[in-house]
Design a binder for this molecule. Structure first.
Ligand SMILES: [Zn+2]
Length: 74
């Protein structure tokens, strides 16, 4: 897939990125986008992914490409 990205040194798919942010499997994930912000922990590049952790919820997750920092818009 073209929109796989490197996160913490590993190539991840949108579903895998959403799983890293959520901490468990997600139902569905959209494409990975640049979040246009810096990581508050290390200053690294932050990417975002929209995903559905369950049938009724849509969340945008943010993840640093260089360290373990992540957050959601919940
Ligand atoms: Zn970071």
């Amino acid at each position: 897939m073209a929109d796989n990205r490197v996160v913490e040194g590993r190539m991840v798919t949108p579903a895998k990125l959403a799983e890293l942010v959520e901490g468990e499997d997600v139902m569905d994930a959209e494409g990975i986008e640049d979040a246009d912000r810096e990581c508050p922990d290390c200053g690294g590049n932050v990417i975002s992914v929209g995903y559905m952790p369950n049938i009724t919820e849509f969340v945008t997750g943010y993840k640093c490409q260089d360290c373990e920092w992540s957050e959601t818009d919940r």
